[in-house]
Ligand binder design. Sequence first.
Ligand code: SAM
Ligand code: SF4
Length: 328
Amino acid sequence: MNQVDYLRISLVDRCNFRCQYCMPEGADLTYALQQNVLTQDELLLLLQDVFIPAGFTRFRLTGGEPLIRPGVVDIVRAIAQFPETQDLSMTTNAFLLAEMAKDLYNAGLRRINISLDSLQPEVFDAIIGHHGRSRWQQVWDGIQEAYRVGFNPLKLNVVVIPGVNDQEVLDLAALSLDREWHVRFIEFMPIGNDYLFSDRGWVSSEDLRQRIRDRWGLTDGQVRGNGPADVFKIPGAKGTLGFISQMSECFCDRCNRMRLSADGWLRPCLLNETGQLDLRTALRSGVLLHELRQQVRELLMLKPEINYKERDSGTTGTYSRTMSQIGG
Ligand code: SAM
Ligand code: SF4
């Protein structure tokens, strides 16, 4: 059985982008009420007195967009200082990264994943739902600054959408040639984006690998990460190419994570609400920390049964809650 020791923490469910595949413009998104978002003290208390004693040692800060959370640098510092923390990372759209990378690094963050779906400013802006002066350059500057201050590994996440950015797959893969960057292609999932998904569908990782193989060849990388990515390498490249294939391949049996939403819901599975715990309400209504710890431990035991397996039986439904609401 997989040891579940990895918690993805959503710091905020809002975002300064409106990615078509995540928070499309015009979608009827409901946000957590401000008073329902876990405060910094509540979050740190839950980590220290509930999650760490229950065995969690690896944490990823995500959202929504984690860099718009007030006090994010202080939160990073506090989590990095827990003696039990073995790994602390962040997933960000990098729009605010150029100005924050150094402070985040100095606060103890060492690993960062950045979403970058296109190298073409017009395509990028269309994907993130931005009108007006392009945001691409600021994101690119954020990536360069993160690399400069020492973030290593630096991973770039690309969600591949047919007819939108899949023609750029070779250009994006080429970013791994000369720099120690890890480019990860993520199969587009039908989470909270029914229209775009039914219109465009998705491209399989194997299809992408074939395109890359035809151009440069592709060897198996040495890295078999902890996470869901299958890692390969273009021969001679400095960086690697990862493929996250949750549509073409069910990896529920190697799932090692749980998710804590910004408003304090603990969810054992991205696609399935079975077993979810409302830790915020419990905490605020005075449930004792050792009782919460026990509830989390029990949920850990149940997780293998909760993991989503319906896809094996041919289910192709879409899911109404978006990644930004769950904490992707
Ligand atoms: N705002 C940050 C960012 O974009 O990196 C962090 C939160 S975002 C929800 C986390 C990851 O989820 C991103 O890499 C994003 O590309 C991915 N994501 C969001 N919606 C997705 C979808 N429908 N299918 C596949 N990946 C998705
Ligand atoms: Fe925001 Fe990230 Fe979702 Fe894009 S993928 S809308 S950047 S939360």
